[in-house]
Design a protein around this ligand. Structure first.
Ligand code: NZQ
Ligand code: ZN
Length: 392
């Protein structure tokens, strides 16, 4: 096991009706003015936004609002948020929504506390030294941003999607009421389940050697997500399944399933970020579309890990050659994705990707990764293009 630091400062308030506690939770933060940041329509339509405002008003907390965050959140709205927060002297951000809203809040938080252009952090030009405090009311189990150190923003100029991580942006609290996720379209629920799986799979597949406990936690998490994703496909209002998925979403991306590892191999995420930037696809669906191709491209560099995954997580019988067991494991993941109506190729994402676009995706991905991506197998631009081509 490698040395590690496990840091999860977020207070989790989980379960039915927990959103009623928001006013009290914000009050504990001793702030003067709050920005309520949210997405398109869902939080308004469900009445959640009104309930949150009432909860803040009951505690006499002053607030301003900024909605309009879209999936693959845009840099232009981040700039708008920074302007508004400066004008209104906001000192706390309450994110009401999913990964996109929380990530946009984190970027605004960086912009409020650091000089210069906030994009510099996402462009890896410099490091942030602070962030405004943020709280989250989660409405979709997926990205894990409510407990993660990361945020992902899309710059419209050039359609570049980039992530930035630092402990400064970790949420002070996360309110997680699984009932709030019951209004999700089935596609978003499934896409979220895929992202949760992938956050654990990206950590599971690297060059680490001995990780018995971490592997056990990861394997239980992945099996739980697959089981409950299928329950939700057939019974979207199932509270217990919603709850299992929501908790898995946070644990999948708060570092727990990476303790003692070498940091994981985030190639599938990085390959997806380019798809998200260029084609604006749902993040989880984009991951499902490329993972199988990535796995087939790299497994020979760590066959034991892929065999272990196939047997322990996907229930493949340990008979036959490594190649046979691994292929059965990859096929089982793809069968699972198909069973919840997720794509397993770029075409199934609804995109007829051209050779030129593949070259552009690989070029952008390679620039972002300094032409050195992944841990199982280090990928260069030509490898990235080959994986996109396999996934087309
Ligand atoms: O805007 P509204 O109307 O709210 O609709 C949203 C959006 O269209 C809808 N939605 C959310 N909660 C709902 C709901 N609809 C009905 N009922 C509800 N309760 O769902 C759609 C997707 O929302 P979004 O926030 O985009 O989803 P998700 O949580 O999957 O976030 C995706 C973003 O997070 C990034 C992704 O790249 C992507 O940009 N990621 C962030 C990470 C992080 N910060 O740690 C890690 C991830 O790997 C990921 O990259
Ligand atoms: Zn993800």
């Amino acid at each position: 096991m490698n040395n590690f630091t496990y840091y999860t400062p977020t207070k989790v308030v989980f379960g039915r009706d927990t959103d009623k506690q928001v006013g009290q939770l914000v009050k504990e933060q001793n702030c003067k003015k709050v920005l309520i940041h949210y997405g398109g329509q869902s939080a308004k339509r469900s009445g959640l936004l009104d309930r949150i405002k009432a909860s803040l008003e009951a505690e006499h907390i002053d607030y301003v609002e900024l909605g309009g965050v879209v999936p693959n959140p845009r840099l232009s709205l981040v700039y708008e948020g920074i302007e508004l927060c400066k004008k209104e002297s906001v000192d706390f951000i309450l994110a009401v929504g999913g990964g996109s809203v929380i990530d946009s809040s984190k970027a605004i938080g960086y912009g409020m506390t650091n000089e210069g252009d906030v994009w510099d952090f996402y462009d890896k030009k410099r490091q942030a030294t602070a962030c405004l405090p943020i709280g989250a009311v989660l409405t979709i189990a997926a990205a894990g941003s409510e407990m993660s150190d990361s945020s992902v923003i899309t710059k419209e100029e050039g359609w570049i999607k980039r992530g930035y991580g630092s402990n400064y942006c970790r949420c002070k609290f996360a309110v997680m009421n699984p009932e709030l996720t019951m209004t999700l379209p089935d596609y978003q629920t499934a896409s979220g389940c895929t992202d949760i799986m992938m956050h654990t799979m990206e950590r599971y597949f690297d060059q680490s050697r001995t990780m018995e406990l971490t592997d056990g936690i990861a394997e239980a998490l992945m099996k739980t997500v697959m089981k409950n994703a299928v329950i939700l496909r057939d019974d979207p209002k199932n509270y217990d399944a919603r709850a299992e998925i929501m908790w898995a979403g946070s644990l999948s991306h708060n570092g727990l399933t990476g303790c003692g590892s070498e940091g994981g191999d985030w190639s599938t995420h990085r390959l997806e970020h380019e798809l998200g930037g260029l084609f604006d696809v749902a993040h989880g669906a984009g991951l499902a579309a490329v993972w199988g191709s990535w796995a087939r491209y790299v497994w020979k560099d760590r066959p034991d890990r892929f065999v272990k995954f196939a047997v322990n997580v996907m229930g493949v019988e340990p008979n036959g050659t490594d190649a046979e067991i691994v292929e059965k494991g990859i096929c089982a993941v793809e069968d699972f994705y198909r069973s919840i109506h997720m794509p397993t190729s770029i075409k199934e994402l609804g995109i007829d990707v051209t050779d030129e676009q593949i070259a552009e995706l690989a070029r952008k991905c390679s620039i972002a990764a300094k032409d050195n991506l992944g841990k199982v197998k280090v990928l260069h631009e030509a490898d990235m293009a080959a994986i996109y081509t396999m996934a087309r």
